[in-house]
Ligand binder design. Sequence first.
Ligand SMILES: C[S@@+](CC[C@H](N)C(=O)[O-])C[C@H]1O[C@@H](n2cnc3c(N)ncnc32)[C@H](O)[C@@H]1O
Length: 226
Amino acid sequence: MQGGAASAHAADGAPEEMAAFFERRLDIYEEHQLHAIEGAALFYRRTADFLPASAGAEVLDLGCGTGLELGFYYAVNPTARLTCVDLSARMLAVLREKFARFSPRTVCASYFDLPLGEEAFDGAVSVESLHHFTFEEKVPLYANIRAALRRGGAFVLTDYMEEDEQASRAAFCEKARLLAGREGLYHIDTPLTVRRERQALLAGGFARVREEGRWGKTSLLVAERD
Ligand SMILES: C[S@@+](CC[C@H](N)C(=O)[O-])C[C@H]1O[C@@H](n2cnc3c(N)ncnc32)[C@H](O)[C@@H]1O
């Protein structure tokens, strides 16, 4: 959760487990995302432009939270059929209530553990979720996303990325210090650089990756499969 007071650690400075972090801040979550992150008013809307516009398109959303990106996507494609994955049951409950009329399918799981299927989706998206993980964790996930896309499909990644290699490295060092060998998924921002993120997508088997926009520290990458 980039930017602002809401991204601070717990009062005692201890790292917070991922789902618990978001659930503790659920009451301010959408306000923070839309107003404390530079460019949010633009990049959520722009993300929807790169998702399939065809009737009944099957789309996978990884780390969907309460579905901010889906409000914009359903506005352009109300017939889309969404599969929404998140670690937090409470974030998913809000999403289901908000979008009840579209009947999205929700899955409470880690996208690292979930089989995503073979050629099952016309498009995939992830917004402001993957900046907590390493290059090495992302490559196999990106390979799974690619395998889950039908031919000609694309994965739209709108996320916090650094331009400066040193800032990215410093974030990973700080994470290692805070976790001190602890296992599990914790909410600590560790953005890759835009360059490394593109490399991870290409290493996962995507044919081409293009940057379609950058707002503050958020980039929108479109990774295409042939
Ligand atoms: C900052 S929120 C973004 C939510 C939504 N995409 C948006 O932009 O409003 C990050 C979300 O990613 C989820 N998340 C983080 N790691 C995850 C994982 N490994 N598997 C599934 N969800 C994850 C969190 O639970 C949280 O809801």
